[in-house]
Structures are given as structure tokens and as C-alpha cells.
Design a protein around this ligand. Structure first.
Ligand code: ADP
Ligand code: MG
Length: 589
């Protein structure tokens, strides 16, 4: 019976002539789709639609294995052109052949498996010479097919369903993978031998097209990656854009480099600041890489897919995308590292220039001070002598007193200038900073209380002693405290803390006062820089502090925010012996 079924089919099939031009055009259209760069799902949809229109059959199915992913794409002409797109189950055999393994064990699945495996008995007429399956009457029991060589042959293999005619053709995508093209028609005896032969040829074109699309897609992905990396390195070159501006630019380069840019969003976060593309939100489809700068994780680069796409595989992100996001994170790390070392360099440079300027001014000041010291000594000496003369008129006596006090003031200024210029060598001894604070602050408590200033002490226990001139250290403390008090005319908090770190002792004086601008901070250590009234300040306080601290081998830092307050941190080297405060001896060995 089967012997005749094919002949019946071919005789009674619709007398449909396939014109050469049409078939060539169809092949061209399919190849064109492959090269058009369509994503996989769209490509399959387009191709099945082309085939459906061309063939006039009722349904068209393409089963395709793509790497570890297997798809089943079906379009039906009626009702309403339904589309089914599934990730399908397949088995990969030892030789690499991929066999559909759908649980539904219908006759159709049986056919698909045997066509894919190329297990056919060439004597059976429902298999063509090249192993495609073709029947014009699917209702006919196929029990005869279950010959000895076909495992799992059941007695009643209805291909059944709504389709009377069926062709199933195997095609190669690469030598290791397989796809299946299925044409289904409601009418029995719908396909002619000529048509079957034609579709067998077309299936091979389809295989070529799929391989083409893959190569095309792979190249496109590489181009996207390279474009992204090129864009990032371009942005990185700009020396003037601030880091956060750079990261904001970079984050926009990420989504287009991913496989599904239309649903992709990205975020680059660094030190708690996030730079995002507009639609960014958390998603289960997420890929990320850490930004590690000098061994420390400082942030992340993240790419997410905001929506699910029908063709999403289990591993949504490509291995290349994994590498790309790592490369981007590395690039960001390098940029941050470069930026920070640049900043560090320019800060050091600025400090050097500042120190150099202060030293020059110091030399100048010392020169002037020495020159003035002599004549000033004479003025003071002679004035004091003159004051001792008997019978000086009262007015002259008063004037001489004024000369004496003005000379004393001038001598004080000269002394301060000499300290600033480090021309007054300290007479050093081990000094307990906490003790200097305890003694020195004593004199300021009443004044602070009156001005509404609260004093907070945070003095470290077991603070190592410093090798210093106690009078000069006291001078440092007093000058800084007096400035802080002046900075808080409306009251506030004066915080005095000490701590030790890396062989240095730190004295920190903080206030909640008026604060300073950047330009002010640049000038405060210059002698005679003051913002105060004539009788309130000479502008020598911080110059003296700077002179004392540097002559002790220490340094001083200022942090200040205009309107918020200031903090001065003095670093002094500890005694080599690391002698601890007397009162701590009991507790430390
Ligand atoms: P003087 O106190 O005589 O003005 P200084 O050398 O001690 O001179 O200080 C210089 C200037 O630095 C001050 O006039 C003031 O403008 C600024 N300054 C110093 N310390 C502070 C502070 N804690 N808060 C705000 N400004 C300060
Ligand atoms: Mg002062």
C-alpha cells in the first residue's frame, strides 16, 4: 500500500509549477535576511513567513540548533497566522548530531527524530533518497515503518493532527548541527515530487543562510565591542573632563555593545556614586564586574536586560560580553588610578611651590628682621636710658614710655618673623602633647565659656612623647586655639584631639566657625596675611605656627569649608625612644 501512496500523492498533488525565477528570488531573499543582521528570532520569523508565502502550505516549522540553544519556530496560516516560538528540547548525540527530544511522542516527533538521525529505510517510499520524509496522507497508520531497524516503532504512528500532508527535511548548519524544515498542509496529497526536491534544495540554502547569519552576528558583536572599547579609550584621553563626567559618558556606550541593546541598560558606580543610563533599574538579567583600584574594590560596572526576550537562552550573556564587561571595568580602574596619581602629583607640586614660597619669604623676613633688630635695640636702649633722666617733663616721660612699648611690640614682631624663618632654634626635650594641652587650655576655658564655645577633648591614651621645645609647642596650641575662637564669634564647638600614627603624633584643632575659601587657605601661612582688624591680629600667628612645626621636622594640614568650620592637623615626629606619657607607664610596658 505504501508503495503506491507516493505515486498517488504525486499524481493527485496540486499541479503547481515552481518557476525558476521565483525559486531563485526566494533563495536570495533568505540569504538577504541572513546578511541583514536580524536577531535570531526575527530572522527565523522572517524566513518562515517567506517560505509560507511561497509554498502556499498551511504551516511551516523550522527547528534549529544554535550552539547550546535549540529553537522551534512555527508559523500557521490559519487561524490568524499563529506563531509559536519555543526553546525546544534536543539530545546531542556522540557524533554531534542534534536530535529533537520533545516529550510529546506524536508521530510527528517520531518523524523528526528519524529524519534528523538519518535512520531511514530507503525502500520505504515515505523517505526520499536523501532521507527527507514525505507523505500525502498523514492519517494513514505508519505501522509498516516500524521495521526492525527503527527502534521505538509503535503500532499506530499517526502523524495526525490537522495536517493531511507533511514534508520533513534535514539541513546542515555546520557539519555538527542540524536543523529541520517542516512543511504542513491541511489537504492530503498536497506536495508533488518536484516540490519535495525543490524544498530539499532550499533547506540547504537555509542551512547556509543560518551559518551566514551566525558569522554575520559574530562579526557584528565584535564590531560593537570594539566600538565600545574605542569610545571608552577616547573618553579616557580627555584630561580636562572630571572623572564623574567621564563615567557618565562611558555608561552610555555600554548598552549598544550588548546583544539586545533595545532592552539593555547600564550602571557604573564608583565610591558610592552611580552613573546610569536613563532606564536603568535592577533586573534578574544582570552582569557585573568589579572596579578594583590598587587592590581595593571601589565600585562596579553593571549591564542589565530590563525585559525578557523570547529568545533568551539560559546563559543570557555571551562569553564575549563577560570579557567585555571585565575589560571595561579594568579600563575604568586604570582611569581612576591615573587620575588619582595625577591629582596626587599636582597636590604635591602645589605643596612644594607653597613651601618654596614660604621659605623665600622666610629668608627675606629673616634678613629684614636682623637689619631692624640692631637699630631697634638702640632705640629701646636709649629710650630706657632717657626715661631714667631726672627732671624730664611729664609729657616727655609719657612719650618715652610710648617709644619703649612700641619698640617692645616691634621686637615681638621681629621675634615672630625669626621663628617663622626658623632662625630661632628650638631647645628640645621630650614633651607630652597631652600635658601641653592640659596646661595651655586652662587659660582659655573662661574665655571660651563666655563666648558660648564648648570645648571637646579627645586625647589619646598612651600618646608617645615628641622631641620638642615645650614653649614653642605651647605657642602652636595657643595660636591655633585663638584663631579658632576668633572664627566662632557666635559660639560653637572647639574640638582638640591627639592621636599617634606611623611614628607621628597628631594634634587636631577643629572649630565650627566661619571657615575659609580655597584662596584664603593658600595665603594663611604667609606673614602678615590677616582678615582681622589692626588691633585683633597681626597675620603672624599661623606664620609662626608653620615655622615652629617645620623646624621640628613636622607638617601642618588645613581642611576648611566656607561657613562650616576648619580643622588644622599638626604632625610632629615622636621621640626615637617612643617614651609614653608618665601617667601611662603603669599600663604599658
Ligand atoms: P591673625 O590671626 O593675626 O589674623 P593668623 O596667621 O593667625 O593671623 O591667621 C591668618 C588668617 O587666617 C586669619 O586672619 C583668618 O582669616 C584665617 N584663619 C586662621 N585660622 C582660622 C580659623 N580657624 N577659621 C577661619 N579662619 C582662620
Ligand atoms: Mg592668629
Amino acid at each position: 500500500m505504501l508503495e503506491t501512496s507516493r505515486r498517488d500523492d504525486s499524481v493527485s498533488s496540486k499541479d503547481r509549477q515552481i518557476r525558476i525565477e521565483d525559486s531563485v528570488k526566494l533563495s536570495q531573499d533568505i540569504l538577504h535576511c541572513a546578511r541583514g543582521g536580524l536577531p535570531r528570532a526575527e530572522f527565523l520569523e522572517e524566513v518562515t513567513n517567506l517560505l509560507l508565502d511561497f509554498s502556499e502550505c498551511d504551516a511551516m516549522e523550522i527547528r534549529l540548533s544554535d550552539g547550546s540553544l535549540h529553537y522551534c519556530w512555527e508559523v500557521t496560516r490559519r487561524p490568524g497566522r499563529g506563531i509559536r516560538f519555543d526553546l525546544a528540547q534536543w539530545i546531542v548525540e556522540e557524533d554531534g548530531t542534534v536530535i529533537p527530544a520533545t516529550a510529546a511522542d506524536s508521530g510527528l516527533e517520531w518523524v523528526c527524530r528519524h529524519v534528523a538521525r538519518q535512520q531511514f529505510d530507503s525502500r520505504l517510499l515515505c523517505f526520499t533518497d536523501t532521507g527527507s520524509f514525505w507523505t500525502g496522507n498523514t492519517a494513514r497508520p505508519l505501522s509498516l515503518l516500524a521495521t526492525a531497524r527503527l527502534e521505538g516503532g509503535s503500532e499506530n504512528l499517526h502523524i495526525g493532527g490537522q495536517y493531511g500532508s507533511l514534508i520533513a527535511i534535514r539541513f546542515f548548519v555546520t557539519s555538527l548541527t542540524v536543523g529541520l524544515l517542516l512543511l504542513k498542509s491541511r489537504q492530503p496529497d498536497s506536495f508533488s515530487a518536484e516540490e519535495v526536491e525543490f524544498y530539499e534544495g532550499l533547506a540547504q540554502t537555509l542551512g547556509l543562510a543560518v551559518a551566514d547569519r551566525r558569522a554575520e552576528a559574530a562579526v557584528r558583536e565584535r564590531v560593537k565591542e570594539l566600538t565600545c572599547l574605542y569610545g571608552i579609550s577616547n573618553i579616557a584621553e580627555s584630561e580636562t573632563t572630571p572623572l564623574s563626567g567621564m563615567l557618565q559618558h562611558m555608561v552610555h556606550l555600554l548598552p549598544p555593545a550588548w546583544q539586545y541593546p533595545e532592552v539593555a541598560a547600564a550602571r557604573i558606580s564608583l565610591d558610592g556614586d552611580a552613573h546610569v543610563t536613563p532606564e536603568f533599574r535592577e533586573s534578574r538579567y544582570r552582569q557585573s564586574a568589579d572596579i578594583v583600584v590598587s587592590g581595593r574594590t571601589r565600585g562596579k560596572v553593571e549591564v542589565v536586560y530590563l525585559e525578557e526576550r523570547p529568545e533568551f537562552p539560559v546563559d543570557v550573556f555571551l562569553p564575549e560580553e563577560e570579557k567585555l564587561i571585565d575589560a571595561v571595568a579594568r579600563e575604568v580602574s586604570l582611569i581612576v588610578e591615573r587620575r588619582e596619581s595625577q591629582e596626587e602629583r599636582s597636590k604635591l607640586n602645589h605643596q612644594l611651590i607653597h613651601a618654596d614660597r614660604l621659605a623665600t619669604i622666610g629668608q627675606l623676613a629673616a634678613g629684614v628682621a636682623h637689619e631692624l633688630n640692631e637699630p631697634l635695640g638702640s632705640i629701646l636702649g636709649f629710650a630706657q636710658l632717657a626715661a631714667k633722666c631726672p627732671d624730664i617733663p611729664r609729657q616727655a616721660q609719657k612719650d618715652i614710655d610710648r617709644i619703649v612699648s612700641a619698640s617692645l611690640y616691634a621686637r615681638d614682631v621681629i621675634k615672630k618673623l625669626l621663628v617663622f624663618a626658623r632662625q630661632m632654634p628650638p631647645s628640645v626635650a621630650p614633651v607630652s602633647l597631652n600635658q601641653v594641652i592640659a596646661d595651655g587650655l586652662h587659660f582659655h576655658e573662661a574665655r571660651c565659656a563666655k563666648a558660648g564655645i564648648e570645648i571637646v577633648r579627645n586625647l589619646a591614651d598612651g600618646l608617645p612623647k615628641v622631641e620638642a621645645d615645650p614653649a614653642q609647642v605651647n605657642q602652636v596650641l595657643v595660636n591655633l586655639v585663638v584663631n579658632a575662637v576668633h572664627a566662632m564669634p557666635e559660639g560653637g564647638t572647639l574640638t582638640i584631639s591627639t592621636r599617634s600614627e606611623d611614628g607621628k603624633v597628631m594634634l587636631v584643632i577643629g572649630d565650627t566657625g566661619v571657615g575659609m575659601s580655597e584662596e584664603m587657605i593658600d595665603k594663611i601661612f604667609l606673614p602678615f596675611f590677616t582678615t582681622k582688624e589692626i588691633d585683633e591680629g597681626t597675620g603672624l600667628g599661623l606664620a609662626v605656627v608653620h615655622g615652629i612645626v617645620t623646624s621640628h621636622g613636622g607638617s601642618i594640614d588645613v581642611e576648611s569649608q566656607f561657613g562650616k568650620g576648619s580643622r588644622f592637623t599638626v604632625h610632629l615626629p615622636t621621640c626615637g625612644s617612643r617614651a609614653v606619657d608618665d601617667d601611662e607607664h603603669g599600663r604599658r610596658q
